[in-house]
Design a protein around this ligand. Structure first.
Ligand SMILES: NC(=O)c1ccc[n+]([C@@H]2O[C@H](COP(=O)([O-])OP(=O)(O)OC[C@H]3O[C@@H](n4cnc5c(N)ncnc54)[C@H](OP(=O)(O)O)[C@@H]3O)[C@@H](O)[C@H]2O)c1
Length: 235
């Protein structure tokens, strides 16, 4: 299994592009289709960057999040710039019915060759003072949905003898005392799940990877009411 610690997206993207290709040049250079990558949380941040990078590598895309308008805008851009097929699927992964639909898709669509379990939320504050309904939604998204989708992908990919499962954990999985208890615990779960799943899938041809990003400037902080610059200073 690969465990990747990721440098901040903001830093990577502050560099100017070296060459600007036309959409046609991208299309001419495309590798053969790699199958379809199902990306949860593809409407912003790390998931949106993965969508771009996977399209560059010739993957067709199935983009999942709640904000359909944003997903459609990304899909239009990616089709034009990379010539790949892009489908948009609106889903709230705290809702079991929506998760079940995605599971079903993973089990039945043999074109899907990569699952990126990326959608996630953070939380602020001490466990003792937390809004427990909000924490339950965090657990549904960061743990339950990740587990169910990884299971469905593992079954389909192992049967096909190929495929890749990437689970986005966090560097706080390794030092939970530095951050909010429930978020850190959810990411430690993702790391542990990925390590065990990797062992379970040994010899099947399925690749399993955990990614442990450090603090990365995305919308996750604003969404959870945390000042990312303060976190950076204390780490
Ligand atoms: N940014 C960091 O510093 C950092 C560090 C370590 C790990 N991570 C992890 O990286 C992953 C991506 O986070 P990010 O930083 O890129 O944050 P982000 O920009 O806020 O992206 C989160 C994505 O998840 C989607 N999402 C949120 N709630 C959802 C729900 N209920 N159902 C379906 N989709 C939902 C959002 O789309 P919609 O709102 O459209 O649904 C969005 O596309 C998360 O798992 C996070 O824990 C981030």
């Amino acid at each position: 299994m690969h465990i990747i610690k990721w440098s901040p997206v903001s830093e990577r993207h502050s560099r100017p592009p070296t060459t600007q290709k036309s959409p046609q040049e991208y299309t001419d250079d495309l590798p053969q289709s790699q199958g379809t990558a199902l990306i949860t949380g593809a409407s912003s941040g790390i998931g949106a960057i993965y969508a771009e990078r996977l399209a560059t590598r010739g993957f067709d895309l199935l983009l999942v999040a709640r904000d359909q308008e944003r997903l459609e805008a990304a899909a239009t851009r990616l089709r034009a710039s990379h010539g790949v097929q892009v489908e948009v699927l609106k889903a709230d992964l705290t809702q079991k019915d929506d998760v079940l639909k995605l599971e079903q898709r993973l089990r039945s669509d043999s074109s899907i060759s990569l699952l990126l379990n990326n959608a996630g939320v953070a939380a602020d504050g001490l466990l003792a003072n937390s809004d427990l309904d909000q924490l339950e939604r965090l657990i549904q998204l960061n743990i339950t949905a990740v587990t169910r989708l990884a299971s469905a992908a593992a079954a389909g990919f192992a049967k096909a003898g190929r495929g890749t499962i990437i689970n986005i954990a966090s560097v706080v999985a390794l030092f939970p005392e530095r951050f909010n208890a429930t978020y850190s615990a959810s990411k430690a779960y993702v790391l542990s799940l990925t390590q065990s799943l990797n062992a379970e899938l040994d010899g099947t041809g399925v690749k399993v990877q955990a990614v442990l990003p450090g603090v990365t400037r995305t919308e996750i902080w604003e969404r959870s009411g945390i000042d990312a610059s303060q976190i950076r200073r204390t780490w």
